[in-house]
Design a protein around this ligand. Structure first.
Ligand code: F6P
Length: 342
């Protein structure tokens, strides 16, 4: 077979490890041929290809980002987009696609599969919010980056007796905030899954100051106060209808300073969480997902996504992966509340 590979949506550490595993096993074990599509779904849409052989994937295992590039292009929002993809695939003699992406990229893969395109999906996102898989690669790296930032902020916060608010990514799921906050020993963790009471947060901060230690508040970019609206950077939406999140950290620090009378500063980690080399966990997970994705393609098991269940890799229908967002369950949040303010 001639198989096209693409990476869509926000980049994340481990994408190159998947590409490498797919190509290495696909060529050496199954004798398939590969073509790389540039910039997510824009690649097959505009016929943007690069050669993808064993030489092209040498040395990329530890590299962050994606050698194929990425975009948030949605071919279903472009008139004639799907027909264009079909005709470009035929022109390139591409029999099947391996699509590596999150909710949006795999949502497009699902619809294309319904229209008869041969596709296998690989889940990725630092947000860890995809159903049907226990973890997505990229998440562990993002959490470790955020944890290290929290560790560093503890010492400077204590030197100046300040409150530090750390805003992390995660969109509408609080996984990064929960894990980075737990691992870094944050004094308050705020998630999109539960609207927070600013009075209560100020009380936690005050209590922590009384212990002579400085409070670290980890806030997910999608977290919201009880009484207010979600704080958005702007109202523009991307091709999948997402607004750009961010700004809650600034708002929170200003409110806390006003309510407690103590200096509060904000650190927005932003895209640092997505950049650079993947952790060992993410390299192994990404590699295993790549190996199983090419097995699925070789078997002609289309419309499937490879997923981590416990320690095993399984195949699940693509529809299952995108059916609903995997958010932080209440009991996981309640577990960590004992540390708040102390
Ligand atoms: O989905 C991954 C993610 O990093 C989210 O955590 C974040 O909200 C979003 O992408 C940011 O997207 P962009 O890089 O397009 O601003």
């Amino acid at each position: 077979m001639r198989i096209g590979v693409l990476t869509g949506g926000g980049d994340c550490p481990g994408l190159n490890a998947v590409i490498r595993a797919v190509v290495r096993k696909g060529i050496t074990e199954y004798g398939h041929e590969f073509v790389g599509y540039r910039y997510g779904w824009r690649g097959p849409l505009e016929d943007l290809t690069v050669p993808l052989d064993i030489q092209a994937v040498r040395g990329i295992l530890p590299r962050g980002g994606t050698i194929l590039g990425s975009s948030r292009t949605n071919p279903f929002k472009i008139e004639g987009g799907v027909e264009q993809i079909r005709s470009n695939l035929a022109e390139q003699r591409v029999d099947a696609l391996v699509a590596i992406g999150g909710e949006d990229t795999l949502g497009v893969a699902t619809k294309l599969y319904d229209l008869g395109v041969h596709v296998v999906g690989v889940p990725k996102t630092i947000d860890n919010d995809l159903s049907a898989t226990d973890y997505t690669f990229g998440f562990d790296t993002a959490v470790n980056i955020a944890m290290e930032a929290v560790d560093r902020l503890h010492t400077t916060a204590e030197s100046h007796h300040r409150c530090m608010v750390v805003e992390v990514m995660g969109r509408h799921a609080g996984w990064i905030a929960l894990h980075a906050g737990m691992a870094g020993g944050a004094n308050v963790i705020l998630l999109p899954e539960r609207n927070f009471d600013i009075e209560q947060v100020a009380a936690y901060v005050e209590k922590r100051f009384q212990t002579q230690y400085s409070p670290i508040v980890v806030v997910a970019e999608g977290a919201m106060p009880l009484e207010g609206q979600m704080v958005l950077q702007n109202q523009e939406r991307d091709a999948f209808g997402h607004v750009r999140l961010g700004g809650i950290g600034q708002w929170l620090a200003a409110e806390l300073e006003e309510r407690t009378g103590k200096e509060s500063r904000t650190v927005v980690l932003g895209h640092i969480q997505r950049g650079g080399t993947p952790t060992a966990f993410d390299r192994v997970l990404a590699t295993r997902l790549g190996l199983h994705a090419i097995d699925a393609a070789n078997d002609g098991d289309w419309g499937k996504m490879v997923a981590l269940r416990g320690t095993g890799i399984v195949r699940v229908p693509l529809t299952e992966a995108t059916a609903e967002l995997k958010t932080v369950p209440v009991d996981r949040y309640e577990e960590v509340e004992v540390f708040f303010g102390s």
